[in-house]
Design a protein around this ligand. Sequence first.
Ligand code: SF4
Length: 306
Amino acid sequence: MTPATRSGSRRVLLVTPRGYCDGVERAIQTVEKKGAVFVDESEEVPEGNIVIFSAHGVAPVVHEEASGKLATIDATCPLVTKVHKEAVRFAKEDYGILLIGHEGHEEVIGTSGKAPEHITLVDGPADVANVEVRDPDKVVWLSQTALSVDETMGTVDALKDRFPNLLSPPSDDICYATQSRQIAVKQMGAEADLVIVVSSQNSSNSVRLVEVALSVGARAALLVDYAEEIDESWLADVRTVGVTSGASVPEILVEGVLEWLAARGYDDIETVTAAEESIAFSLPKELRRDLRRRRLTDQSARFCPH
Ligand code: SF4
């Protein structure tokens, strides 16, 4: 932990890293350069428009539906794409693939769609007993990128008990951003009476942050979309409030929470730094191509006045 402390009896532990991961940052930059509205199905997109696939990734069937009718930009996070490629490769080698993840999550739907005949979802350790495979000696596990590291390892251990020859993926599927945010919350959570995770309720990586905070001893840990959702009664007997945010949460919402807390006497902020992040993904190739073309057009317009 790297504390930067000011004195005071009510304090806030603000963790780093928090908020936008690079996969989300990349998807947001893509959207900002194009302008966008959100849709659930490609058929909702009027002809002549461009579809951007989100950082979670989509199933091949969605790519197929869009292709031909619409121009597409694939903003799937490269770390999700890595899991997709592993799924395709192990399916080609005829492995049974045990995908650890949460049923119904967009990323799980996208990954499962890459090799539907070979993938079986395992939704936590309690699900292991129900898993059926074709050949128990030819199975590999993969996982959703934004899971709890500890719970996933618990699921893997339970799977290994059932399938001793279970193969592991060549590298961790749980992404660096998920891991570093969980490590930061572990460092902060043990000292916090209350942990506030700024995020929507349906964010998988944020729900994991709540679980991690509780697992290391935080008395309470709650998700809020923004400051106004905090209930003053939560602060009863609370001296230390831990604050973090989910991977798709803009920093302005965290600032709102800090202001709300400061107005109630929690104005002594310590930063808890667990890791410095230095990963930077390049923009999707379709967008890079488009930006290059636009730059060339601008340049030629400058050189040729006609
Ligand atoms: S949480 Fe991880 S896998 Fe998901 S978008 Fe961010 S960096 Fe990519």
